[in-house]
Structures are given as C-alpha cells and as structure tokens.
Unconditional design. Structure first.
Length: 420
C-alpha cells in the first residue's frame, strides 16, 4: 500500500474537520453519555432493554455519519461494517442488536471523540484567536488605555508567546488529526472477527478462481498439446504397421524413418507431460524447500544468492505457495527489473516462514499497479505482485514491497508454517 503523503503544512480538510467536526462530536458524545446513563437507570425496568436496543441502532447511524466525515475531510477510508442480520421475531432481533460489537464500539468512539473534537476546535479556532490577541497586545493596551504608556517586557513576552503558539498550531492539528484517524480505524470499522471473515471469504474466492483457471489451462494444454502429440504418434505407429505388412516386404529405410519419428514424438510428449505436472506439484518439493529453492535459483538467468534458515518444515500447501511465489518473483526479476544479481532468503521459526527476494534492478515496483519496470509488472488474478498477494492471503499470509525508484527492490512474503 502506498503511504499517505506527508505535507509540512496542515491541509484544508484537517482544519475543516477540526471546526466542522465539533457539532457532530458534541452530538455524538452527548448521545453516548445519555444512552449509558439512561440505560443504567432503566435497566431495572421493562423499558431498559428496548431503550438500549433503539439506542444501539442509533449509534450505528451516527457511526456512519462519522465515517463519511472522516473519509471526506481526512481522506481516511474506513470500511463499513456488515449489516445486522434480520432474524424472525422481535426478541431474536433484539438479542442480535444487543450482541452487536459494532454498535458498542461505536458508542465508545462517540465518547472518546468528544474530547478530541473539543481539543480540535480549540486548537483550530480559539488558540489562533488568542495568538492574535497576544501578538497585538501592545496595540490593544494602547487603544484601551488613553495616554502614553512605556513599552515593557510584558509587550515583548506576549508577542513572542503568541508567535510560538501560532507556530505550534499546525503541528497540534496534525497530531489530533492522526489521533482521529487511528480512532476511526480502530472503532468505526468492522469488528476484528467480521473483518477476518471478510478476508477469508475474499481469499477463498481468489483461491477458487485461481484453481479453476489452472484446471482450465491444464485441460486446454492436454487437449491442444499432449493429445495432439499422442494422435500424431498413433498415426506414425499405424504407418509403421502398414510398412511392415507390405506385400513386397518391409522397406527398411522407411521403417527407420518412421521409428525415428515415433521416438521423437514420444520424447516430445514426455517433455510436455513433465512440463504440465511440474505446474501441479514440483518434484523438487518432495525433498523440502531446502533443496527446492536452491534448485529453482540455479535455473534463473540472473545469478541468485540463496540463504536458508529453515528450522521448521512448513505444511505442504505452505511450501508449495512459497515455492511458486519465489518462482514468480525470480521470473519477474529476469524479465522486467534489469537487475544484474538477486538474493533469495528463506527463514522459518516460531510458526512463521518468511521469504525475502532482493534485486539490484531499477525498482519502482508496487502492489496494485498494472505496469511497471520493477518486479511488480503484471496484473490479474494469479499474476504479478497483486496476484502473489492474493495467493498468500489464501493461506493467511501477506506480501510487502519496498521498491524506491532506482532500486533496490525488496519483496517480503510471510505466512504461517501451519494451516489451522
């Protein structure tokens, strides 16, 4: 992911959020405190639970307003949580609302947002106004008090203090803005379990689509390649049989030609089958990553230095994913990076395995880009860095790319050694 650009000056949206966000912060804070207070008082009556259910639904609505405000003014996209299920029955629906973690976390956000909103407004409006009064203190005093008044140290001290406070205002607003961003990301988005379910569903869909594409590709290769070669071999053998059954006796020259052609066709078919089965499960993995990764690096047209520290043997599915990830990265380096050398490091310990591929190429690789000059070229499911990230997500892993323009490019893939 690309980092948010950092500006030396405070952006207009941050000022606007500090000012415009105060009414919504006051509304939300008062609402949350009133709900908690009234809910505690009514908890012993029959009105307690219905009141809390309605209040939690209202908190979800206020959370949506805050998400839109944070996204529009601060540029912080907070994913909306999933809609509440609607089971049959009023009592069942009430239980669903009472057990909704999103609504309770939103109430907590509204309580914490209140002091941040007040501080932001004071920093953006009250402090600058106070700074103006301090800087112009000598003038205000002379306007309010008739007659001559000597200039003393309070005049100079007030001007210096006003300038210092005014200089610190942008920094204070940036700090408060970052606090608001973090608070919104933490409490206004989906609950951790919901987010985890979404990620797993997305990874499963990606994995199923990728497996379907691989099966279709394998079927097409078998039909258009291997099957056609076997048909040609059968025709050659049929011609050989005809040559042996000739009434004038076998033509040895023709038989030698046909047998040589059959041998060539057999070798080609075997090579094609090896190529197809290598894409399903590399034979080198039968002996573990300790032997598979050095063998893979040896096939690269660019010199690759291999460093291995595999204290744990990963799950076969994890090893296969890591192997194909390394193969894709080395292939992209050879095709796109312009590198003269590369380095492959694999470490496994404490239940995690990490693959680091470094090259001295031109860099400028990134996730989510359709083109590029580094190792990040390629788009679509299963190709390029984006495809690798999706494959790793299917086994609970992630991909990180560090590739400044001019290089070097460092791609790190990390995933668990065991699948739960």
């Amino acid at each position: 992911m690309a980092e948010r650009p950092r500006h030396l000056s405070v952006r207009g949206g941050e000022w606007a959020f500090a000012v415009v966000g105060l009414p919504l912060a006051l509304l939300g804070g008062v609402y949350a405190l009133a709900v908690l207070y009234a809910g505690a008082l009514l908890s012993l009556t029959v009105l307690g639970l219905p009141f809390v259910v309605a209040a939690l639904l209202g908190a979800r609505g206020l959370g949506a307003l805050h998400r839109r405000l944070v996204g529009r003014l601060l540029g912080e996209h907070v994913e909306s949580p999933a809609e509440l299920p609607r089971p049959a029955g009023v009592i069942t629906r009430g239980r669903v609302v009472l057990a909704d973690p999103v609504a309770w976390r939103t109430l907590l956000y509204l309580v914490l947002r209140l002091p941040l909103g007040v501080l932001g407004f004071l920093t953006a409006v009250a402090i600058p106004l106070g700074c103006g009064w301090l800087i112009g203190f000598p003038l205000w005093v002379r306007l309010l008090q008739p007659g001559t008044r000597p200039t003393g140290w309070p005049d100079a001290a007030s001007m210096v203090l006003g300038l210092l406070l005014l200089y610190a205002v942008p920094c204070a607003i940036r700090l408060l803005t970052e606090a608001n961003r973090r608070l919104a990301r933490l409490l206004l988005g989906p609950a951790h379990t919901q987010q985890r379910v979404r990620e797993l569903e997305s990874a499963r869909a990606t994995l199923l689509a990728d497996n379907t594409d691989q099966l279709r590709r394998l079927e097409r290769d078998l039909h258009d390649g291997t099957q056609a070669q076997l048909v040609a071999l059968a025709i050659t053998l049929s011609l050989t049989d005809d040559a042996l059954s000739s009434p004038d006796g076998p033509d040895l020259g023709r038989l030698r030609t046909l047998v040589a052609r059959a041998r060539t066709q057999t070798d080609g078919t075997i090579t094609e089958l090896r190529r197809l089965t290598r894409g399903i499960h590399p034979l080198a993995l039968d002996n573990g990553l300790d032997e598979a990764l050095p063998a893979l690096a040896a096939t690269s047209p660019i010199p690759v230095t291999v460093h291995l520290a595999l204290r744990e043997r990963p799950h076969p599915a994890v090893a296969r994913t890591l192997y194909f990830c390394a193969a894709e990265l080395l292939t992209n380096i050879a095709k796109h990076s312009g590198a003269r050398s590369a380095e492959l490091t694999a470490k496994a310990s404490d239940g995690r395995i990490r693959l680091i591929v470094r090259d001295d190429g031109c860099g400028d690789a990134a996730l989510g880009t359709g083109t590029g000059t580094g190792t990040g070229t390629g788009t679509g499911t299963g190709t390029g860095l984006t495809g690798l990230a999706e494959r790793l997500a299917a086994v609970d892993g992630f991909l990180r790319v560090d590739s400044p323009p001019g290089g070097p490019t460092i791609v790190t893939a990390e995933l668990p050694t065991r699948l739960c």
